[in-house]
Ligand binder design. Structure first.
Ligand code: MOS
Length: 770
C-alpha cells in the first residue's frame, strides 16, 4: 500500500461504511455507465450565458461599500532582515487609510499546510507571515498599503523606504545540488524505488539510453490573477475569493486568525482558471489582517508582477533517465534520478519520478529524486504536477531508445506497455493506452512519418512528426459531500462547496444528477462555490468530478430509503424495499413491476412535506488500494523547423485519451485542449527567468513570460477510447490534468524527427536549434 493509500484509509476510517459496494473489489460497476441519458451528451455550460454577458461576478468584482484597495511592497532581497522601514510618506499620501508592516500586523498563526489527509487546510508554505523582520525570499511582502483607490494604494506603495540587512542567500540551483536533501516520501508515494538490480541490467544491456533532461521553473498565468474581496462583519469573516480550495481556505483562515470555522465564509462561485495555483497564499491572509486593522472591507487584486512574486510555480527539474532494452525492445531497466527545488518551507511536491512507475512493464527500477533547498518562494501545484516534467524526460528517452534500436516509437511502447502495475503487480481497473495510440495514429497519419530524421522538407522548413505517452493517476477524495433536495413539485437541487474554474463542474453534475434520479435536465439545479454548502475537497488532482459523483451516488441511496419511508403504505410502492425500486420519470418505481410507481411530487405532497433533503458523502477511495488506476494518453505532433532561423511552428497536435467514460464531450474537449496548450507552452516558450545573484524573478509580465496565444496554437484534435472504468463512479477517471502530460515530449521528439537534433532542455527555443 502506498503512503497516500495508507493515509487516506487511516484518516477516514470513520466513513468507510459509506463506500458504495459497486466500486469495491468484486462489486458491480456503477449502473449509470450503461443507463446514461444526459451524460455523454454535449450539454453547454450552465455558467456560459452569465460569463458571456459579463453577469458572472468574479472575486475582484464583488460590490462592497466603504471598500479599501490593497497594494503590496515586495522584498528586494532574498535573505536577511528588514533594518529600517519608513512608511511616513506613504501614510501621508492621498487616500491612504493604513500601512501594515510587521510592526503593526495582527498576530497570525502559521498557515496549516495542505495535505492529502488535511483537506480542510490549504497552506502552500509554513512560514510566518509578516510577524517579524526576517526575509525568506525575494518577493516576500514587507508592507501592505490600503487606500481609497487602487491607484492611490499603488502610488503610496512606491513611497515606502525599506533598508535591508542582507545575508548570503542560497539562490543557485547548480550550487544547491551538492547539499540536496532526499525525503523518504513525497506527498503521495515513497520516494526511493529500487527493484531488480537496475544498474547491472543497464550495464549489460544490448541497447541503452542514458541522458539528462532539464525543465525550467514555470509560473502560473491564469487569465484571472488572484483576488479577494474581504469583509469582517460582527466578528465573522467573509472572503469572496478566487480559489480552488474553498473549505481549505476557510479552514486555514479560521486557524490563522483564531476563529471558529463556522465564523469564516469563503465564497467562490467563479474562478478564472486555477491550474493548481488558486490555493491559499499570503495575499488572502494579509488582506484579512489589513481589513481587521483598518476595520473596513478590503479588496486584494494581485498585479501580474505580485502574482509572480507571491504565488509559487513549478520547480525547475534536472532528470537523468537511463533505459536499457533487448534488441527486440523489451525494457530491462528504468533508472530515473533527479533534482528539483523545494525550499524546506514549501509543501508541494513535483513528483516527476512517479511517471515511470506505472507506464511500462520493466524488469528493474532505480528511482529517486532529490530536492534543493533554496531561499525562494514555495512551489505551487501546476497542472499535472510530477507527470508533466516527468513525461518529458521518460518519453523523450523512449523516443531515443526507439531510434537507437531502429524501431518505430509506437511499437517500442506496444512491446512494453504495462498490463498491470509494474511495481506492485496490482491489476488495472481499466487501461487501454495502446488503443489510444491506435486511434491517434490513424487520425494523425503516423504512417507518413519518416523513420530517418531530417528527410522531409518544404523549402526552408524541415518537417517532423513525434509521439509520446501521457499519464496521470486517478484520485477520488474522501469527505466530499452533497446535499440533494427534492421539493414538492419534484424539482431537484444539488448543493456542494465545489469549484468552477472553467471546467464545467455544475454542468456535468447536473447531467449526472438528472440521470441518477431519473429526471430531465431542466428539473435539476446545481449550487456550488460557497463554504456554507456541504464540504467539498479541492478542485485538484483531477479528482473533483469523481468525488462529487460518488457523493451524489451516495445521496441517491439515502433518497430512496427516505422516499419509501415518506410514501408509507398508501402508495403503489408499499412493501417494496430500497433494492426493489429505481428512479424513473421523476419518481420511484418497482424494478420488477414498473406499474408500481409514484412521483417525488406526489410522495412529498401526500406526506405534507415542502421538501426532502439528504446529504451524501464520497467515502474513502478504497478502489485505489486494490487497483492500479491511471488515465493515459497518446500525443502526436507534426511541426516544422526553419533551417534559417531555428524557429519551430507546430502544425498540428492530436491527443488520444484513455480516461474511462467521457461525461460531456464538449467540456471534455475543452479540458483536453487546454491541457495540451499548456504542454505546448511548456515545450516552446514558458520559462521563469531568475536572477540567480539576487533571487529576483525577472519575468513578471505576460510580455516576459510567454504563454501560447492564438497564433502559437495549431489545430488540435481530441479523441478518446471511451472504455468505461468499472471501478469508478460513472466509469470515468479524471481528465483535468492529463492533457498537459506528454505534450512537450511529443513536440521535442518531432523536433528530432525534423532536424536530427536532440534537444533535452526546455523550452525548445530557436537558439538551441542553430
Ligand atoms: Mo491541479 S495542479 O491539482 O489544479
Amino acid at each position: 500500500m502506498t503512503k497516500l493509500q495508507n493515509a487516506i484509509v487511516g484518516g477516514v476510517r470513520a466513513v468507510i461504511g459509506h463506500v458504495p459496494a459497486s466500486w469495491l473489489p468484486g462489486g458491480t460497476p456503477d449502473p449509470l455507465i450503461d443507463k446514461r441519458v444526459a451524460l455523454g451528451g454535449q450539454q453547454t455550460r450552465i455558467d456560459g450565458p452569465d460569463k458571456v454577458r459579463g453577469a458572472a461576478r468574479f472575486a475582484a468584482e464583488v460590490p462592497m461599500k466603504n471598500l479599501l484597495y490593497a497594494s503590496f511592497v515586495h522584498s528586494a532581497i532574498a535573505r536577511g532582515r528588514i533594518a529600517d522601514l519608513d512608511v511616513s510618506a506613504a501614510e501621508a499620501a492621498p487616500g491612504v487609510a493604513l500601512v501594515m508592516t510587521h510592526h503593526n500586523a495582527p498576530k497570525m498563526a502559521v498557515p496549516p499546510p495542505i495535505g492529502m489527509t488535511n483537506l480542510k487546510a490549504a497552506g502552500n508554505h509554513t512560514l510566518p507571515i509578516m510577524q517579524d523582520a526576517k526575509i525568506r525570499w525575494n518577493g516576500q511582502v514587507v508592507a501592505v498599503v490600503l487606500a481609497e483607490t487602487r491607484e492611490q494604494a499603488d502610488h503610496a506603495a512606491t513611497l515606502i523606504r525599506v533598508g535591508y540587512e542582507a545575508v548570503q542567500a542560497r539562490t543557485q540551483f547548480e550550487e544547491g545540488k551538492a547539499s540536496a536533501y532526499t525525503p523518504d516520501s513525497m506527498l503521495v508515494e515513497k520516494n526511493r524505488l529500487d527493484k531488480g538490480n537496475a544498474a547491472q541490467k543497464l550495464a549489460e544491456a544490448a541497447f541503452k539510453i542514458d541522458a539528462i533532461y532539464t525543465t525550467p521553473w514555470e509560473n502560473h498565468n491564469p487569465i484571472e490573477p488572484h483576488a479577494s474581496t474581504i469583509v469582517w462583519q460582527d466578528g465573522k469573516l467573509i472572503v469572496h475569493d478566487a480559489t480552488q480550495m474553498i473549505h481549505g481556505t476557510a479552514g486555514s483562515l479560521a486557524k490563522i486568525f483564531g476563529l471558529k470555522v463556522g465564523d469564516v465564509q469563503v465564497s467562490s462561485p467563479y474562478v478564472g482558471g486555477g491550474f493548481g495555483a488558486k490555493g491559499l497564499w499570503d495575499h488572502q491572509i494579509l488582506g484579512v489582517a489589513a481589513a481587521k486593522l483598518a476595520d473596513r472591507p478590503v479588496r486584494v487584486a494581485l498585479s501580474r508582477a505580485s502574482m509572480h512574486r507571491l504565488i509559487g510555480g513549478r520547480t525547475q527539474t534536472e532528470q537523468r533517465v537511463a533505459l536499457a532494452a533487448d534488441a527486440d525492445g523489451t525494457l530491462k531497466a528504468l533508472l530515473h534520478h533527479g533534482y528539483g527545488v523545494k525550499p524546506l518551507h514549501s509543501i508541494c511536491d513535483e513528483g516527476f519520478s512517479l511517471t515511470g512507475r506505472s507506464l511500462y512493464a520493466c524488469e528493474s527500477f532505480d528511482i529517486v529524486q532529490h530536492y534543493v533547498d533554496l531561499d525562494l518562494l514555495a512551489n505551487s501545484f501546476m497542472r499535472g504536477p510530477g507527470e508533466t516534467p516527468g513525461t518529458f524526460a521518460i518519453e523523450c528517452a523512449m523516443d531515443e531508445l526507439a531510434h537507437a534500436i531502429g524501431m518505430d516509437p509506437i511499437e517500442l511502447r506496444r512491446r512494453n506497455v504495462a498490463t498491470r502495475d509494474p511495481v506492485s503487480g496490482a491489476p488495472h481497473s481499466q487501461s487501454a493506452m495502446m488503443e489510444a495510440y491506435d486511434l491517434g495514429a490513424a487520425r494523425f497519419g503516423w504512417h507518413r512519418r519518416m523513420a530517418q530524421p531530417g528527410t522531409r522538407r518544404e523549402g526552408e522548413w524541415l518537417i517532423g512528426m513525434g509521439c509520446a505517452s501521457g499519464t496521470f493517476p486517478f484520485m477520488r477524495m474522501p469527505g466530499t459531500s452533497v446535499r440533494v433536495t427534492i421539493d414538492n413539485s419534484g424539482d431537484v437541487n444539488v448543493a456542494s462547496a465545489a469549484h468552477e474554474m472553467g471546467m464545467g463542474t455544475a454542468t456535468v453534475q447536473r447531467q449526472h444528477a438528472a440521470d441518477r434520479l431519473g429526471l430531465p435536465l431542466d428539473r435539476v439545479t446545481v449550487t456550488i462555490g460557497d463554504s456554507s454548502l456541504p464540504f467539498a475537497s479541492f478542485a485538484g488532482g483531477s479528482s473533483q468530478t469523481a468525488s462529487l459523483a460518488a457523493a451524489i451516488s451516495a445521496a441517491s441511496g439515502k433518497l430512496v430509503a427516505e422516499l419509501l419511508r415518506l410514501a408509507g403504505n398508501d402508495t403503489p410502492l408499499a412493501g417494496l424495499k430500497p433494492a426493489e425500486v429505481e428512479f424513473a420519470d421523476g419518481g420511484l418505481r418497482g424494478v420488477e413491476d414498473p406499474a408500481r410507481n409514484e412521483s417525488f411530487a406526489s410522495i412529498l405532497r401526500r406526506s405534507g412535506r415542502a421538501e426532502l433533503s439528504v446529504v451524501g458523502e464520497s467515502g474513502a477511495p478504497l478502489e485505489i488500494i486494490k487497483y492500479s488506476m491511471h488515465s493515459t494518453s497518446a500525443n502526436f505532433c507534426e511541426l516544422r523547423v526553419s533551417e534559417v532561423t531555428g524557429e519551430i511552428r507546430v502544425n498540428r497536435l492530436v491527443g488520444a485519451f484513455d480516461c474511462g467514460r467521457i461525461l460531456n464531450a464538449r467540456t471534455a474537449i475543452s479540458q483536453f485542449k487546454g491541457g495540451m496548450i499548456m504542454g505546448l507552452g511548456m515545450a516552446l516558450t514558458e520559462e521563469t527567468l531568475l536572477d540567480e545573484r539576487s533571487g529576483r524573478i525577472m519575468s513578471t509580465s505576460l510580455a516576459d513570460y510567454h504563454v501560447p496565444v492564438h497564433l502559437d496554437v495549431p489545430d488540435i484534435e481530441i479523441l478518446w477510447t471511451d472504455i468505461p472504468d468499472p471501478r469508478t463512479p460513472l466509469g470515468a477517471r479524471g481528465i483535468g490534468e492529463i492533457g498537459t502530460t506528454g505534450v512537450a515530449a511529443a513536440i521535442a521528439n518531432a523536433v528530432f524527427n525534423a532536424t536530427g537534433k536532440r534537444v533535452r532542455d526546455l523550452p525548445l527555443t530557436l537558439d538551441k536549434l542553430l
